[in-house]
Unconditional design. Structure first.
Length: 433
């Protein structure tokens, strides 16, 4: 695995020089403008940070190092047992900036297996939680418990030079990514399978081994897990989980503190928890129709009823996108091939047909199209993972690939502590109005 670290090392100095020269020669260039409404709307749309790994375009969708998701699902190396891209490949791309070979992803799979040793005290931390504690609470706490293993914390305490911060951060990031499937599957088996734990299978790739430890050895589920962990891996730097992780990391907190912070943001119902909200809404719709899949007309009535009650339609709309989320489309294509007759997929299709025109008719919605959360939950339900409280943990395992790539690069180029200026309403009125 030294080869991956050596490749990364060769990329770092040119990037440092590029950034230094950009700031030196163009430091006073104005980028964007701040409007008053942005100050009062969560800094929506403000260009305020650099994230090299991916960029979300309102019309083209998410691009990873310049590649669209559709392109990557074709170009990234695949398992010899399936057709889905391996998430090891998208991690390599985000970290190195180049498409990986089959050998590259195989090397990463093996390296993560070697690093996936979780100390006993982490499991004891998880065991100390009552079962009614949300899986994301237990997940975040277990990540913090891993911090005792931090290479960066030791290196910093030993006085390592700033230009070498990235090296110990790389070790922490790789170790963390390697351990997350073990931790997540342990939480799942503890909560839902009477604590009947399943040992890793070190002959499998990262996703397939995760599915195996969860208790799903079906090849189709393993394929779904490869797709799921790839498409949820990164979403530029401004979303809550990425920004929270970046903010905490900017204080030179190590990978464990930074990633746990991101997971606490992901656990919010307006972010990663949205996928379980979609499932709850869909299942309630079925329940309210006597356990039957409602017709298109009945779906339309139910959607309007939801809106009239002052609630949103979960899984629709996006802060940036102005088209159907490519991640939704990727899951839809998987479903069309593998479970087109599944009743809940039929329902999702009907919702897909009905909701956008209704939202457009309100005149209040900029993006009436489905996002990734509108589809992901029902795929998991189909293969037997009915415990939708756990779905956000899967999201978190995937998002580690992007957040850790970002953290390594932030350390490599010496990103400063984040410290924007805040205003009071009185000062805004006095100085700007």
């Amino acid at each position: 695995m030294e080869r991956l670290k050596e490749k990364l090392n060769k990329k770092i100095q040119p990037k440092r020089d590029e950034i230094r020269n950009l700031v030196k020669n163009n430091g006073d260039t104005v980028v964007g403008e701040i409007r008053l409404r942005q100050l009062y709307s969560g800094m929506r749309g403000m260009p305020s940070m650099i994230t090299e790994t991916s960029k979300l375009d309102p019309h083209d969708g998410i691009k990873f190092r310049g590649y669209s998701l559709d392109e990557l699902l074709e170009l990234l190396p695949k398992s010899n047992k399936g057709e889905q891209a391996l998430p090891e490949g998208i991690f390599y791309l985000m970290l190195i900036g180049e498409l990986p070979t089959q050998e590259d992803v195989s090397m990463i799979s093996k390296e993560w297996m070697k690093r996936s040793k979780v100390p006993d005290y982490v499991f004891k931390t998880i065991d100390s939680f009552p079962n009614e504690s949300h899986p994301m609470t237990q997940f975040s706490a277990a990540i913090l418990a891993l911090r005792n293993q931090s290479f960066f914390m030791k290196a910093y305490n030993d006085g390592v030079r700033k230009e070498h911060y990235w090296e110990s951060t790389y070790e922490d990031a790789m170790n963390l990514i390697a351990c997350l499937p073990i931790i997540a599957s342990y939480i799942y088996r503890k909560l839902y399978k009477n604590g009947e734990y399943i040992s890793p299978d070190y002959d499998l790739d990262w996703s397939a081994n995760f599915a195996h430890m969860l208790g799903y050895s079906n090849n189709d589920f393993q394929e779904l897990m490869r797709l799921y962990l790839t498409i949820h891996s990164d979403h530029e730097g401004g979303n809550v989980s990425a920004h929270a992780s970046h903010l905490v990391g900017s204080a030179l907190s190590d990978a464990y503190l930074s990633f746990s912070a991101g997971m606490n943001g992901l656990a919010g119902p307006l972010h990663g928890l949205a996928n379980q909200e979609v499932v709850k809404w869909l299942l309630k719709m079925v329940e309210d129709h006597g356990g039957n899949i409602p017709t298109k007309e009945e779906v339309s009535i139910y959607v309007k009823k939801t809106l009239n009650e002052g609630r949103v339609i979960p899984g629709f709309g996006h802060a940036v996108l102005r088209k159907t989320d490519p991640r939704y489309t990727a899951q839809r294509n998987f479903a069309l091939k593998n479970l087109k007759d599944y009743d809940l997929f039929i329902l999702v299709n009907r919702v897909f047909e009905v909701v956008p025109p209704i939202l457009q008719a309100t005149g209040k919605v900029k993006n009436p199209w489905p996002n990734v959360d509108a589809h992901s939950g029902i795929l998991l339900l189909k293969y037997g993972m009915v415990e939708y409280d756990f779905f956000t943990v899967l999201f978190g395992v995937s998002r580690s690939l992007g957040l850790m790539s970002q953290l390594i690069w932030n350390r490599a180029v010496g990103s400063p502590i984040e410290r924007p200026v805040s205003m009071t309403t009185e000062l805004v009125k006095k100085n700007y109005l």
